[in-house]
Ligand binder design. Structure first.
Ligand SMILES: [Mn+2]
Length: 458
Protein backbone atom coordinates (compact mmCIF):
# COMPACT_ATOMS: atom_id res chain seq x y z
CA UNK A 1 0.00 0.00 0.00
CA UNK A 2 2.85 2.35 0.76
CA UNK A 3 4.58 1.06 -2.34
CA UNK A 4 4.82 4.07 -4.59
CA UNK A 5 5.33 1.77 -7.53
CA UNK A 6 6.53 2.94 -10.88
CA UNK A 7 5.20 6.49 -10.80
CA UNK A 8 8.44 8.43 -10.54
CA UNK A 9 6.72 11.84 -10.59
CA UNK A 10 4.71 10.87 -7.55
CA UNK A 11 7.77 9.42 -5.84
CA UNK A 12 9.66 12.66 -6.38
CA UNK A 13 6.80 14.74 -4.95
CA UNK A 14 6.51 12.51 -1.89
CA UNK A 15 10.25 12.58 -1.39
CA UNK A 16 10.41 16.37 -1.34
CA UNK A 17 7.20 16.91 0.63
CA UNK A 18 7.75 14.41 3.43
CA UNK A 19 10.53 16.33 5.22
CA UNK A 20 8.47 19.53 5.69
CA UNK A 21 5.47 17.37 6.62
CA UNK A 22 7.41 15.62 9.35
CA UNK A 23 8.70 18.98 10.58
CA UNK A 24 5.08 20.12 10.90
CA UNK A 25 4.13 16.94 12.78
CA UNK A 26 7.11 17.36 15.12
CA UNK A 27 6.19 21.01 15.71
CA UNK A 28 2.51 20.24 16.40
CA UNK A 29 3.46 17.39 18.70
CA UNK A 30 6.01 19.47 20.60
CA UNK A 31 3.38 22.15 21.21
CA UNK A 32 0.76 19.60 22.31
CA UNK A 33 3.22 17.88 24.65
CA UNK A 34 4.34 21.15 26.23
CA UNK A 35 0.76 22.39 26.68
CA UNK A 36 -0.21 19.08 28.31
CA UNK A 37 2.81 18.92 30.59
CA UNK A 38 4.79 16.12 28.89
CA UNK A 39 8.32 15.96 27.56
CA UNK A 40 8.14 12.94 25.23
CA UNK A 41 5.67 10.87 23.23
CA UNK A 42 5.51 7.10 22.75
CA UNK A 43 3.01 5.84 20.17
CA UNK A 44 2.13 2.21 19.57
CA UNK A 45 1.02 0.94 16.14
CA UNK A 46 -1.27 -1.57 17.83
CA UNK A 47 -1.44 -5.18 18.98
CA UNK A 48 -2.97 -7.96 16.92
CA UNK A 49 -6.37 -8.83 18.44
CA UNK A 50 -6.78 -12.62 18.85
CA UNK A 51 -9.99 -14.31 17.74
CA UNK A 52 -11.67 -16.10 20.66
CA UNK A 53 -10.50 -19.72 20.93
CA UNK A 54 -8.66 -19.57 17.64
CA UNK A 55 -5.03 -19.26 16.66
CA UNK A 56 -5.57 -16.33 14.28
CA UNK A 57 -5.89 -12.62 14.94
CA UNK A 58 -8.53 -10.29 13.56
CA UNK A 59 -7.45 -8.24 10.56
CA UNK A 60 -4.99 -5.64 11.86
CA UNK A 61 -6.10 -2.00 12.06
CA UNK A 62 -3.27 0.40 12.75
CA UNK A 63 -3.54 3.17 15.35
CA UNK A 64 -4.04 6.39 13.37
CA UNK A 65 -1.84 8.28 15.85
CA UNK A 66 1.03 6.03 14.69
CA UNK A 67 0.17 6.32 11.00
CA UNK A 68 0.42 10.12 11.19
CA UNK A 69 4.19 9.62 11.61
CA UNK A 70 4.97 6.87 9.11
CA UNK A 71 3.03 5.43 6.15
CA UNK A 72 2.90 1.93 7.66
CA UNK A 73 -0.57 0.44 7.93
CA UNK A 74 0.30 -3.22 8.42
CA UNK A 75 2.91 -3.30 11.16
CA UNK A 76 1.77 -4.37 14.64
CA UNK A 77 3.87 -3.94 17.78
CA UNK A 78 5.96 -1.08 16.47
CA UNK A 79 6.54 2.26 18.18
CA UNK A 80 7.39 5.89 17.51
CA UNK A 81 9.32 7.63 20.28
CA UNK A 82 9.65 11.39 19.98
CA UNK A 83 11.41 13.92 22.17
CA UNK A 84 11.01 17.48 20.88
CA UNK A 85 14.26 18.68 19.37
CA UNK A 86 15.49 15.20 18.35
CA UNK A 87 14.91 12.90 15.41
CA UNK A 88 11.93 10.61 15.90
CA UNK A 89 12.80 6.98 16.61
CA UNK A 90 10.94 4.13 14.90
CA UNK A 91 11.05 0.75 16.64
CA UNK A 92 10.22 -1.51 13.73
CA UNK A 93 8.74 -4.92 14.52
CA UNK A 94 10.73 -7.50 12.60
CA UNK A 95 10.59 -10.85 14.39
CA UNK A 96 12.46 -13.99 13.43
CA UNK A 97 9.53 -16.08 12.18
CA UNK A 98 9.44 -19.00 9.79
CA UNK A 99 5.62 -19.10 9.76
CA UNK A 100 5.25 -15.60 8.38
CA UNK A 101 7.32 -13.37 6.17
CA UNK A 102 8.86 -10.77 8.47
CA UNK A 103 8.49 -7.22 7.25
CA UNK A 104 11.67 -6.04 5.57
CA UNK A 105 13.27 -2.90 6.95
CA UNK A 106 11.79 -0.17 4.78
CA UNK A 107 13.79 1.95 2.39
CA UNK A 108 11.47 4.61 1.05
CA UNK A 109 10.99 8.35 0.64
CA UNK A 110 10.39 8.80 4.39
CA UNK A 111 12.92 6.49 6.02
CA UNK A 112 15.94 8.84 6.07
CA UNK A 113 14.07 11.13 8.47
CA UNK A 114 13.92 8.53 11.24
CA UNK A 115 16.29 6.52 13.38
CA UNK A 116 15.01 3.00 12.76
CA UNK A 117 15.75 0.05 15.02
CA UNK A 118 14.39 -3.42 14.21
CA UNK A 119 12.92 -5.19 17.24
CA UNK A 120 11.85 -8.81 17.62
CA UNK A 121 9.03 -8.20 20.07
CA UNK A 122 7.65 -5.70 22.57
CA UNK A 123 10.20 -6.63 25.20
CA UNK A 124 12.98 -5.86 22.73
CA UNK A 125 11.23 -2.59 21.92
CA UNK A 126 11.22 -1.61 25.58
CA UNK A 127 14.93 -2.38 25.87
CA UNK A 128 15.69 -0.35 22.73
CA UNK A 129 13.96 2.72 24.10
CA UNK A 130 16.21 5.39 25.60
CA UNK A 131 15.86 5.96 29.33
CA UNK A 132 12.69 7.99 29.68
CA UNK A 133 14.11 11.06 31.35
CA UNK A 134 11.17 13.30 30.53
CA UNK A 135 7.54 12.70 31.45
CA UNK A 136 6.42 10.41 28.62
CA UNK A 137 2.89 10.28 27.26
CA UNK A 138 1.84 6.94 25.75
CA UNK A 139 -0.79 6.80 23.00
CA UNK A 140 -2.13 3.46 21.81
CA UNK A 141 -3.87 0.30 22.93
CA UNK A 142 -2.98 -0.94 26.39
CA UNK A 143 -1.06 -4.23 26.59
CA UNK A 144 -0.55 -6.10 29.88
CA UNK A 145 3.10 -5.26 30.58
CA UNK A 146 2.73 -1.55 29.75
CA UNK A 147 2.37 -0.80 33.48
CA UNK A 148 6.07 -1.64 33.95
CA UNK A 149 7.33 0.54 31.07
CA UNK A 150 7.61 3.73 33.13
CA UNK A 151 5.35 5.99 31.06
CA UNK A 152 3.78 8.92 32.89
CA UNK A 153 0.33 8.85 31.28
CA UNK A 154 -1.62 6.46 29.08
CA UNK A 155 -3.88 8.03 26.45
CA UNK A 156 -4.08 11.41 28.18
CA UNK A 157 -7.39 12.90 26.91
CA UNK A 158 -5.90 16.39 27.04
CA UNK A 159 -2.93 15.47 24.85
CA UNK A 160 -4.97 13.33 22.46
CA UNK A 161 -7.43 16.16 22.01
CA UNK A 162 -4.66 18.61 21.10
CA UNK A 163 -3.19 16.13 18.60
CA UNK A 164 -6.58 15.30 17.08
CA UNK A 165 -7.68 18.91 16.72
CA UNK A 166 -4.79 19.87 14.44
CA UNK A 167 -5.17 16.78 12.25
CA UNK A 168 -8.00 18.56 10.40
CA UNK A 169 -5.47 20.78 8.64
CA UNK A 170 -3.51 18.81 6.06
CA UNK A 171 0.09 19.43 5.07
CA UNK A 172 1.05 19.58 1.36
CA UNK A 173 2.41 16.02 1.72
CA UNK A 174 -0.92 14.81 3.05
CA UNK A 175 -2.72 16.47 0.14
CA UNK A 176 -0.46 14.58 -2.29
CA UNK A 177 -1.43 11.31 -0.54
CA UNK A 178 -5.12 12.21 -0.55
CA UNK A 179 -5.00 13.06 -4.28
CA UNK A 180 -3.43 9.68 -4.98
CA UNK A 181 -6.05 7.93 -2.83
CA UNK A 182 -8.66 9.75 -4.92
CA UNK A 183 -7.01 8.66 -8.16
CA UNK A 184 -7.02 5.02 -7.06
CA UNK A 185 -10.63 5.35 -5.90
CA UNK A 186 -11.66 6.83 -9.26
CA UNK A 187 -10.00 3.89 -11.03
CA UNK A 188 -12.06 1.53 -8.87
CA UNK A 189 -15.28 3.44 -9.50
CA UNK A 190 -14.73 3.44 -13.25
CA UNK A 191 -14.34 -0.34 -13.24
CA UNK A 192 -17.32 -0.77 -10.91
CA UNK A 193 -19.56 1.33 -13.18
CA UNK A 194 -18.57 -0.77 -16.18
CA UNK A 195 -19.28 -3.98 -14.24
CA UNK A 196 -22.71 -2.63 -13.27
CA UNK A 197 -23.60 -1.82 -16.88
CA UNK A 198 -22.43 -5.32 -17.90
CA UNK A 199 -24.86 -6.96 -15.46
CA UNK A 200 -22.55 -7.85 -12.57
CA UNK A 201 -23.77 -8.78 -9.09
CA UNK A 202 -22.88 -6.67 -6.04
CA UNK A 203 -20.06 -9.08 -5.21
CA UNK A 204 -18.68 -8.98 -8.74
CA UNK A 205 -18.82 -5.17 -8.69
CA UNK A 206 -16.70 -5.19 -5.53
CA UNK A 207 -14.18 -7.52 -7.17
CA UNK A 208 -13.96 -5.12 -10.14
CA UNK A 209 -13.39 -2.22 -7.74
CA UNK A 210 -10.63 -4.02 -5.80
CA UNK A 211 -8.85 -5.18 -8.93
CA UNK A 212 -8.81 -1.69 -10.44
CA UNK A 213 -7.53 -0.09 -7.20
CA UNK A 214 -4.99 -2.85 -6.69
CA UNK A 215 -6.02 -3.21 -3.05
CA UNK A 216 -7.34 -6.10 -0.96
CA UNK A 217 -10.47 -5.48 1.08
CA UNK A 218 -8.62 -5.06 4.41
CA UNK A 219 -6.43 -2.36 2.84
CA UNK A 220 -9.43 -0.18 2.02
CA UNK A 221 -10.31 2.63 4.41
CA UNK A 222 -13.79 1.11 4.91
CA UNK A 223 -15.85 -1.75 3.56
CA UNK A 224 -17.45 -0.64 0.30
CA UNK A 225 -21.19 -0.05 0.17
CA UNK A 226 -22.33 -1.62 -3.09
CA UNK A 227 -26.10 -1.66 -3.38
CA UNK A 228 -28.20 -2.63 -6.37
CA UNK A 229 -31.79 -1.42 -6.54
CA UNK A 230 -33.63 -0.87 -3.22
CA UNK A 231 -30.48 -1.69 -1.20
CA UNK A 232 -29.37 1.87 -1.99
CA UNK A 233 -31.94 3.10 0.54
CA UNK A 234 -29.91 1.56 3.38
CA UNK A 235 -27.27 4.10 4.37
CA UNK A 236 -24.53 1.62 5.30
CA UNK A 237 -25.78 -1.35 3.26
CA UNK A 238 -23.28 -4.13 4.01
CA UNK A 239 -24.54 -7.14 2.02
CA UNK A 240 -22.70 -8.24 -1.10
CA UNK A 241 -25.24 -10.38 -2.98
CA UNK A 242 -23.52 -12.90 -5.24
CA UNK A 243 -26.55 -13.17 -7.54
CA UNK A 244 -27.69 -10.43 -9.88
CA UNK A 245 -31.28 -9.37 -9.25
CA UNK A 246 -33.76 -10.34 -12.00
CA UNK A 247 -34.47 -6.67 -12.68
CA UNK A 248 -31.74 -4.05 -12.66
CA UNK A 249 -32.69 -0.50 -11.72
CA UNK A 250 -29.78 1.27 -10.04
CA UNK A 251 -26.41 1.08 -8.33
CA UNK A 252 -25.27 3.10 -5.34
CA UNK A 253 -21.55 2.58 -4.68
CA UNK A 254 -19.76 4.23 -1.76
CA UNK A 255 -16.16 3.05 -1.89
CA UNK A 256 -12.76 4.59 -1.34
CA UNK A 257 -9.13 3.66 -1.69
CA UNK A 258 -6.15 4.27 0.56
CA UNK A 259 -2.68 5.53 -0.21
CA UNK A 260 0.16 5.79 2.32
CA UNK A 261 -2.44 5.62 5.07
CA UNK A 262 -4.75 8.33 3.66
CA UNK A 263 -8.30 7.64 2.52
CA UNK A 264 -10.63 8.62 -0.24
CA UNK A 265 -14.39 8.34 0.29
CA UNK A 266 -16.37 8.47 -2.94
CA UNK A 267 -20.02 7.76 -3.73
CA UNK A 268 -21.71 7.56 -7.10
CA UNK A 269 -25.22 6.51 -8.11
CA UNK A 270 -26.18 5.11 -11.51
CA UNK A 271 -29.50 4.42 -13.15
CA UNK A 272 -29.56 1.35 -15.37
CA UNK A 273 -31.56 3.14 -18.03
CA UNK A 274 -32.77 6.64 -18.62
CA UNK A 275 -35.76 7.23 -16.40
CA UNK A 276 -37.16 9.70 -13.89
CA UNK A 277 -34.56 8.28 -11.51
CA UNK A 278 -31.76 9.23 -13.93
CA UNK A 279 -33.22 12.75 -14.03
CA UNK A 280 -33.28 12.81 -10.22
CA UNK A 281 -29.60 11.81 -10.16
CA UNK A 282 -28.81 14.70 -12.52
CA UNK A 283 -30.69 17.11 -10.24
CA UNK A 284 -28.81 15.83 -7.20
CA UNK A 285 -25.52 16.16 -9.05
CA UNK A 286 -26.25 19.77 -9.96
CA UNK A 287 -27.26 20.43 -6.36
CA UNK A 288 -24.07 18.79 -5.05
CA UNK A 289 -21.99 20.95 -7.38
CA UNK A 290 -23.80 24.07 -6.16
CA UNK A 291 -22.88 23.08 -2.61
CA UNK A 292 -19.25 22.44 -3.59
CA UNK A 293 -19.21 25.90 -5.18
CA UNK A 294 -20.06 27.44 -1.82
CA UNK A 295 -17.14 25.89 0.07
CA UNK A 296 -14.15 28.00 1.11
CA UNK A 297 -12.23 28.82 4.26
CA UNK A 298 -14.49 30.55 6.77
CA UNK A 299 -17.67 28.59 5.93
CA UNK A 300 -19.46 27.19 8.98
CA UNK A 301 -20.17 23.57 8.03
CA UNK A 302 -23.47 23.69 9.94
CA UNK A 303 -24.63 26.37 7.50
CA UNK A 304 -23.56 24.24 4.53
CA UNK A 305 -25.53 21.31 5.99
CA UNK A 306 -28.69 23.39 6.47
CA UNK A 307 -28.32 24.83 2.97
CA UNK A 308 -28.14 21.26 1.64
CA UNK A 309 -31.49 20.52 3.30
CA UNK A 310 -33.06 23.50 1.55
CA UNK A 311 -31.60 22.46 -1.80
CA UNK A 312 -32.64 18.82 -1.31
CA UNK A 313 -36.14 19.98 -0.42
CA UNK A 314 -36.21 21.97 -3.65
CA UNK A 315 -35.14 18.91 -5.66
CA UNK A 316 -37.86 16.85 -3.95
CA UNK A 317 -40.57 19.40 -4.70
CA UNK A 318 -39.45 19.89 -8.31
CA UNK A 319 -39.53 16.10 -8.79
CA UNK A 320 -43.09 16.07 -7.40
CA UNK A 321 -42.03 13.86 -4.47
CA UNK A 322 -43.14 16.43 -1.90
CA UNK A 323 -45.90 18.98 -2.16
CA UNK A 324 -44.73 21.74 0.18
CA UNK A 325 -42.27 24.62 -0.03
CA UNK A 326 -38.61 23.88 0.73
CA UNK A 327 -38.84 26.10 3.82
CA UNK A 328 -41.80 24.12 5.13
CA UNK A 329 -40.12 20.78 4.28
CA UNK A 330 -37.08 21.72 6.35
CA UNK A 331 -39.06 23.22 9.23
CA UNK A 332 -41.37 20.21 9.56
CA UNK A 333 -38.64 17.57 9.22
CA UNK A 334 -39.88 16.32 5.84
CA UNK A 335 -36.44 16.88 4.28
CA UNK A 336 -34.91 14.64 6.97
CA UNK A 337 -37.17 11.75 5.89
CA UNK A 338 -35.24 11.72 2.63
CA UNK A 339 -31.87 13.10 3.84
CA UNK A 340 -31.30 11.53 7.27
CA UNK A 341 -27.51 11.92 7.55
CA UNK A 342 -24.93 14.68 7.77
CA UNK A 343 -23.63 16.52 4.72
CA UNK A 344 -20.07 15.34 5.23
CA UNK A 345 -17.12 14.88 7.56
CA UNK A 346 -13.40 15.41 7.93
CA UNK A 347 -11.28 12.99 5.90
CA UNK A 348 -7.67 11.94 6.30
CA UNK A 349 -5.94 9.08 8.09
CA UNK A 350 -9.38 7.83 9.08
CA UNK A 351 -12.36 7.92 6.78
CA UNK A 352 -14.39 9.71 9.45
CA UNK A 353 -11.46 11.68 10.73
CA UNK A 354 -11.21 12.83 14.33
CA UNK A 355 -12.06 16.22 15.77
CA UNK A 356 -15.11 17.12 13.70
CA UNK A 357 -17.01 18.65 16.60
CA UNK A 358 -14.12 20.26 18.49
CA UNK A 359 -14.43 23.90 19.52
CA UNK A 360 -10.71 24.26 20.18
CA UNK A 361 -7.61 22.25 21.02
CA UNK A 362 -8.20 23.05 24.68
CA UNK A 363 -11.74 21.76 25.01
CA UNK A 364 -15.43 22.04 24.28
CA UNK A 365 -17.63 20.82 21.44
CA UNK A 366 -19.59 22.82 18.89
CA UNK A 367 -23.19 21.57 19.14
CA UNK A 368 -25.03 20.18 16.14
CA UNK A 369 -28.04 22.13 14.86
CA UNK A 370 -31.23 20.93 16.63
CA UNK A 371 -32.88 18.11 14.69
CA UNK A 372 -29.63 17.06 12.97
CA UNK A 373 -28.18 14.43 15.34
CA UNK A 374 -25.92 12.70 12.80
CA UNK A 375 -23.85 15.64 11.61
CA UNK A 376 -20.18 14.67 12.09
CA UNK A 377 -18.68 18.10 11.44
CA UNK A 378 -19.66 21.40 13.06
CA UNK A 379 -16.41 23.37 12.72
CA UNK A 380 -15.70 26.45 10.64
CA UNK A 381 -13.65 25.34 7.62
CA UNK A 382 -10.04 26.45 7.38
CA UNK A 383 -7.56 26.30 4.55
CA UNK A 384 -6.13 22.76 4.41
CA UNK A 385 -9.18 21.00 5.81
CA UNK A 386 -10.27 18.04 3.70
CA UNK A 387 -13.96 17.20 3.90
CA UNK A 388 -16.50 15.04 2.11
CA UNK A 389 -19.49 16.62 0.39
CA UNK A 390 -22.19 13.96 0.23
CA UNK A 391 -25.81 15.03 -0.03
CA UNK A 392 -28.33 12.25 -0.62
CA UNK A 393 -31.99 11.40 -1.12
CA UNK A 394 -33.26 7.97 -0.07
CA UNK A 395 -36.52 6.06 -0.27
CA UNK A 396 -36.05 4.15 2.98
CA UNK A 397 -39.06 2.09 4.12
CA UNK A 398 -38.48 2.61 7.85
CA UNK A 399 -38.20 6.39 7.59
CA UNK A 400 -41.09 6.64 5.12
CA UNK A 401 -43.38 4.48 7.28
CA UNK A 402 -42.68 6.69 10.29
CA UNK A 403 -43.48 9.82 8.28
CA UNK A 404 -46.68 8.29 6.88
CA UNK A 405 -48.06 7.92 10.37
CA UNK A 406 -47.71 11.56 11.38
CA UNK A 407 -48.20 15.10 10.07
CA UNK A 408 -45.33 14.80 7.59
CA UNK A 409 -47.30 12.21 5.59
CA UNK A 410 -49.66 14.77 4.08
CA UNK A 411 -46.74 16.65 2.51
CA UNK A 412 -45.43 13.59 0.64
CA UNK A 413 -46.69 12.38 -2.73
CA UNK A 414 -46.97 8.66 -2.00
CA UNK A 415 -47.59 7.25 -5.52
CA UNK A 416 -44.45 9.10 -6.61
CA UNK A 417 -42.50 7.67 -3.65
CA UNK A 418 -43.71 4.18 -4.56
CA UNK A 419 -42.41 4.68 -8.09
CA UNK A 420 -38.92 5.49 -6.75
CA UNK A 421 -38.68 2.80 -4.04
CA UNK A 422 -37.17 0.10 -6.33
CA UNK A 423 -34.28 2.49 -7.09
CA UNK A 424 -33.26 2.78 -3.43
CA UNK A 425 -31.59 6.16 -3.18
CA UNK A 426 -29.01 8.61 -4.43
CA UNK A 427 -25.80 9.80 -2.85
CA UNK A 428 -23.09 11.76 -4.64
CA UNK A 429 -19.92 12.22 -2.62
CA UNK A 430 -16.77 14.12 -3.49
CA UNK A 431 -13.69 14.93 -1.39
CA UNK A 432 -12.82 18.62 -1.12
CA UNK A 433 -9.58 20.27 -0.03
CA UNK A 434 -10.51 23.68 1.34
CA UNK A 435 -8.56 26.71 0.08
CA UNK A 436 -8.74 30.37 1.05
CA UNK A 437 -11.09 31.31 -1.78
CA UNK A 438 -12.73 28.00 -2.69
CA UNK A 439 -11.86 24.34 -2.76
CA UNK A 440 -10.05 21.72 -4.80
CA UNK A 441 -12.35 18.86 -5.77
CA UNK A 442 -10.04 15.86 -5.40
CA UNK A 443 -12.68 13.45 -6.70
CA UNK A 444 -13.76 15.28 -9.86
CA UNK A 445 -10.13 16.01 -10.66
CA UNK A 446 -9.33 12.31 -10.27
CA UNK A 447 -12.13 11.23 -12.64
CA UNK A 448 -11.08 13.96 -15.05
CA UNK A 449 -7.49 12.68 -14.90
CA UNK A 450 -8.59 9.21 -16.02
CA UNK A 451 -10.25 10.67 -19.09
CA UNK A 452 -9.98 14.44 -19.69
CA UNK A 453 -13.31 16.20 -19.89
CA UNK A 454 -14.93 13.28 -18.15
CA UNK A 455 -16.74 13.43 -14.84
CA UNK A 456 -18.48 10.19 -14.18
CA UNK A 457 -21.45 10.93 -12.02
CA UNK A 458 -24.38 8.89 -13.23
MN1 LIG B 1 -18.37 9.80 3.56
Amino acid sequence: MSDVGSNSGLRFMLDSAFGPHLEAICHRTAQALAASGFGALLVHSGSPVPIFEDDQPHAFQVNAAFKVWVPLSDLPDSFIYFVPGSRPLLLFHSPPDYWHKPAALPHAYWTRHFDIIPVADREAARKALPVMAAATAYVGDVFPELASWGVTAVNSPELKRRLDFVRATKTPYELICLREASRLGALGHEAAARAFQAGASEFEIELAFLRACGLREQELPYNPIIALNEGGAVLHYQVLETQSPPQRHSLLIDAGAEFAGYASDITRTYSHRDSDFAALIRSMDAMQQTLCGGIHAGVDWRDAHLRAHHLAATVLRDADITSCSPEEAVATGVSSVFLPHGLGHLLGLQVHDVGGLMQSAEGGDIPRPPGHPYLRLTRVLQEGFVVTMEPGIYFNAQLLNAAKGDARGARINWPRVDFFRPFGGIRIEDNLAVTAGGCENLTRDAFHGLRPGFNRVA
